[in-house]
Design a protein around this ligand. Structure first.
Ligand SMILES: Cc1cc2nc3c(=O)[nH]c(=O)nc-3n(C[C@H](O)[C@H](O)[C@H](O)COP(=O)(O)OP(=O)(O)OC[C@H]3O[C@@H](n4cnc5c(N)ncnc54)[C@H](O)[C@@H]3O)c2cc1C
Length: 500
C-alpha cells in the first residue's frame, strides 16, 4: 500500500500547485517536510526498481550503522501506514464517533483517531461549560439533545469498562431558564410548541410565576421565561471526553499523537485528463507530523474531519475553499473566542438556581454549592475578539457581563472574580448549525463540525448518527440530512434562533 503512496507522488501532475502554501493551510515549514519526505520516497523507489545492487549496498550500510549504535533490529514506522477509517480530531465529537463505530463493530475494521494535542489544552471540549438543553428552535437540535440526554442518563451502562470505575460525569439536573422581553416572547412560544411536540419538558412562566419560583430573580422587563424541567442541566465535559476515549480505545480504536499537515491527491478525471479540464481530485493519503516532527504518510479509505474550531484549516488542506468549481466553496467554520468567568458570591442563589440565560445573552449558573458561579456572554456582532491567543479580557466582564448579572440577580451586585478561561467556539458563520455528513465533492470524506457552542451536548447523538452514515450509508435513528454541507453549496441556511 505504501508503494502506491510513492507512485502517486510521481504520477500526480498537480501536486506542485496543491502544496503552494495558502493562508491557514499547510505551513511553509511543513510543506518543506512533506517535500523532503516525498524526495526520500522517490529515491527509495528509484533504488528499488533500477539499482538493485546499490540498494543492497545501502541497506547493508544502513544496517552496519545501526549495529555500531547498538541497534539490532530494523526500526518500525512509529504510526500505522493504513487505517480503513481515520478521524481527525480526538475531541468529544471525534471520540464519540470512534466509540459509536467501534461499539457497533469492534472487530470489523481499523479505526485511527489522529489528535495533535493529547492534553487537549486548546480543544473546545476541554474548555467547555458542559451545558445540555432542549431549548432550541430547530427540530434536529432538539432531537439531538433529547437523544444525548438519554445517553447521559445511562452513561455508566454505555461507557463503563470492565475492571475500571464507571465514569462519573457529575450530571447536575437543573434546567435552563431562558428569559425574554416582550420582543423575544413570541419566539419562545413558537420554540416551546415545537419542543413540546418533540417530547421535551419545558414550562413557560409569566413574571409573577417566575418571582414565586425564583424569589431572588429580578423580573423587571421580562415578559416570559422558559424553564426546562427535565433532561437539562450541566455535566463535567472533561469526564465525558475521557470516558468516550477510554471506551473507544478499549473497543479497539487507535489514538495516535500526530498532526495532520497535508494530503496527497490523484486526478481521476476519466474524460478530460489533467491537462484539459478541472481535475477530479481524490485522496486516500494524508501526511502527518508525529510528536518528534517526523513526517509520515498514512493511507485511509474513509476520513472524518472532526477538528472542531480548526476544521476549516483541514478543509483548506483538502483544497476545500481554495480550489476550483465545487472546491471553491469554503467550509464556513471559524474559531471564535469565548470567555468564561468564575466568581464568588456568598449570598447568591443556591440549589434552586437554574442556568439563567438573560435577554442580553449573559448566562450564569452555579458551580457547586459554596457560593461559586460561572458566567459568560457572546460578544456583539462585529466585536469578536482576536483569536490568535486564549488570553482573557477581564474588562469584558466589567463592562458587558457583570452589569446584566447584577441587574437580573441583585445579590450579584457584589461579586469577586476568582478565575477565568477562554476557549474557541467551533462557529459556523453560515447558519450557526452543525455541518455533518459526506462532503459533496469527496465521496470518502465526511465532516462533523461547526456546532457553534453546542457540540458537547450533541456529541453522543452525533457519534451515533455518523456511525450510521459511515456503516449503513444512511441515517436510521436521527435524520440529519438537512445538516449536510450541501446547504452551503445551495446557499440555503437553516438558522438556529437559540444560540447562547
Ligand atoms: C467556552 C465554551 C463553552 C462551551 N459551552 C458549551 C456548552 O455549555 N454546551 C455545549 O454543548 N457546548 C459548549 N461548547 C461547545 C463545545 O465545547 C464544542 O462544540 C465541542 O467541544 C466541539 O467538539 P469537537 O470535538 O468538535 O472539537 P474539539 O474539542 O476542539 O476537538 C477537535 C480536536 O481536533 C484536533 N485537531 C484539529 N486539527 C488537527 C490536525 N490538523 N491534526 C490533528 N488534530 C487536529 C484538536 O487538537 C482538537 O483536540 C462550549 C465551547 C466553549 C469554547
Amino acid at each position: 500500500m505504501n508503494k502506491l503512496c510513492s507512485n502517486l507522488f510521481l504520477k500526480n501532475r498537480h501536486f506542485a500547485n496543491l502544496f503552494i502554501p495558502k493562508p491557514y493551510s499547510t505551513s511553509l515549514e511543513d510543506t518543506e517536510k512533506i517535500k523532503k519526505f516525498r524526495e526520500r520516497q522517490r529515491l527509495r523507489k528509484e533504488i528499488s526498481e533500477e539499482r538493485a545492487g546499490e540498494k543492497t549496498f545501502m541497506m547493508l550500510k544502513d544496517e552496519m550503522g545501526r549495529l555500531k549504535k547498538g541497534e539490532f533490529s530494523l526500526p518500525e514506522p512509529k504510526l500505522p501506514r493504513y487505517s480503513e477509517y481515520v478521524i481527525i480530531g480526538g475531541g468529544i465529537i471525534g471520540s464519540s464517533i470512534a466509540y459509536a463505530m467501534k461499539n457497533r463493530a469492534p472487530e470489523s475494521f481499523d479505526l485511527m483517531v489522529v489528535e495533535r494535542d493529547p492534553k487537549y489544552t486548546r480543544s473546545s471540549s476541554a474548555l467547555s461549560v458542559g451545558g445540555i438543553r432542549q431549548q432550541f428552535s430547530l427540530p434536529e437540535n432538539i432531537e439531538l439533545s433529547l437523544y444525548s440526554s438519554e445517553f447521559l442518563r445511562n452513561v455508566k451502562q454505555h461507557l463503563s469498562i470492565l475492571d475500571d470505575d464507571p465514569p462519573d460525569i457529575s450530571f447536575q439536573p437543573h434546567g435552563y431558564l431562558f428569559l425574554a422581553t416582550e420582543a423575544g416572547a413570541e419566539q419562545i412560544i413558537q420554540n416551546h410548541r415545537l419542543q413540546t411536540e418533540l417530547g421535551a419538558k419545558i414550562e413557560l412562566y409569566r413574571p409573577k410565576q417566575l418571582k414565586e419560583k425564583f424569589p431572588w430573580l429580578n423580573v423587571e422587563g421580562i415578559e416570559l421565561g422558559a424553564y426546562g424541567v427535565e433532561n437539562e442541566g450541566w455535566f463535567d465535559p472533561w469526564a465525558l471526553l475521557s470516558a468516550f476515549k477510554k471506551k473507544a480505545c478499549s473497543l479497539g480504536a487507535n489514538y495516535v499523537n500526530a498532526e495532520v499537515i497535508g494530503f496527497e491527491f490523484e486526478d481521476r478525471n476519466p474524460i478530460l485528463g489533467p491537462e484539459r479540464g478541472d481535475p477530479l481530485l481524490r485522496t486516500n493519503y494524508m501526511y502527518v507530523k508525529d510528536d518528534e516532527g517526523e513526517v509520515q504518510c498514512i493511507e485511509f479509505a474513509f476520513l472524518v474531519v472532526a477538528g472542531g474550531a480548526y476544521s476549516a484549516e483541514i478543509a483548506r488542506m483538502l483544497n476545500i475553499g481554495t480550489g476550483r468549481g465545487p472546491l471553491a466553496v469554503p467550509l464556513p467554520v471559524e474559531p471564535r473566542k469565548r470567555y468564561v468567568y468564575v466568581f464568588n458570591c456568598p449570598n447568591g442563589p443556591s440549589l434552586d438556581m437554574p442556568l439563567i440565560v438573560d435577554p442580553t445573552g449573559t448566562y450564569v449558573r452555579r458551580e457547586g454549592l459554596g457560593g461559586k458561579y460561572i458566567c459568560g456572554r457572546s460578544p456583539a456582532a462585529g466585536e469578536e475578539p482576536d483569536v490568535s491567543n486564549l488570553e482573557v479580557d477581564y474588562n469584558f466582564f466589567e463592562k458587558e457581563v457583570w452589569p446584566s448579572l447584577a441587574k437580573r440577580v441583585p445579590a450579584f451586585e457584589a461579586v469577586k472574580v476568582s478565575s477565568a478561561w477562554a476557549g474557541y467556539y467551533d462557529y459556523n458563520t453560515f447558519d450557526q448549525n452543525a455541518i455533518v455528513g459526506m462532503h459533496p465533492y469527496f465521496p470518502n470524506i465526511y465532516f462533523a463540525t461547526g456546532f457553534s457552542g453546542h457540540g458537547i451536548q450533541m456529541a453522543p447523538a452525533i457519534g451515533r448518527a455518523m456511525m450510521e452514515l459511515l456503516i449503513d450509508k444512511e441515517y436510521t435513528t436521527l435524520d440529519l440530512k438537512r445538516f449536510s454541507m450541501k446547504r452551503v453549496f445551495n446557499d440555503h441556511p437553516i438558522y438556529e434562533q437559540n444560540i447562547v
